[in-house]
Design a protein around this ligand. Sequence first.
Ligand SMILES: [Fe+2]
Length: 384
Amino acid sequence: MPFYQTRGTIPKKRHTIFKNPNGGIYFEELVSREGFSYVYTNLYHLNMPTQVKELGEFKSCSEKYKYKKNDHKPYHFLSNKSNHTLLYNKDVEISRLYLELKSVKSDLNGNIFRRNGDSDMLVYIQSGNGIIKTNYGNMQFVEGDYIVIPRGVIYQFELKTKHVSGLTICSKSPIETPAKYRNRVGQLLEHSPFCERDIKTPVLKNPVDKKGKFNILVKFREGTKSFVYNNHPFDVIGWDGFYFPWILNINDFEPITGSIHQPPPVHQTFQSKGFVICSFVSRLFDYHPDAIPAPYPHSNVDSDEVIFYSKGNFVSRSGISLGSITYHPMGLPHGPQPGKYEDSIGKKSTDELAVMVDTFNPLYVLSDTESNIDKDYPYSWLKK
Ligand SMILES: [Fe+2]
């Protein structure tokens, strides 16, 4: 994130002796991007953060990628409670999120933590709330939150509801605010649909000084490996820098509206390499007397489009429910379902809430999703 934050206690100068009250010293850890040439944060630990005592086997999940479909058609994935990966390409992987209180509790009680080794993650919360605990501090999350967890951050979820559902987007490149909304020093511009004030950052808790077995499951390439550490990973007494997890709520995205239909880039909320993420939020419709608020049929010939329907009534779609996901691959014209285009004329506002991922390389559909799709969706633009 292009703004500076500081938490807890840090020494006056970087890389110098930082005495603890017991006559010893605290241990500095530098977390840096792009080979120590881009954003970084210095964390200060009670104990050396490098003390691995056990290595687990690498558990591959490459099997799931074998069953990709070589097909070309629009999809409607029906809403369901799972953590299934639906779509992926070399840049991004898009999965459903469904966390249950029981399994999250067993992670917390069993000292199981998670870290993404080679991907940045964005979790969108459709329903439920709780706390994400990290080595940078804790953040409360609620419905509509986009939780950005950059690689290397160690985290655990704690739920305040029986379950949490949403969407997980794993990216091979950083997920950032759109460059078009930032000035030369990285501040979000006056015309940006959100600003730094809308961004929640971690609240550092008292450091945990415990020795034992702390199992960090590291996601890397097409699998996971367990690293059992000697010290509790949340033993940080302070940190400062530009690199940390953060949260933006979709309802803090101030929509850009116009006299006629505004194109998808006005909804852009995040950028990465190979894809963008957009937010469709409650907003007033176009005010030209002859405006058609629903989108025109369109062919976005260089992008695959994935939409997750989170809340409200979506102006252009019929036959979808909350938690539905549609996928419109590049090269296929699509648009409002029959009647939706005409029905939107004269409408003044929408209460829709949806998240869109537009990718610049084609996505693969994993074939185990086939049992949970609306098979008639490719024909849904035919008038009955
Ligand atoms: Fe579209």
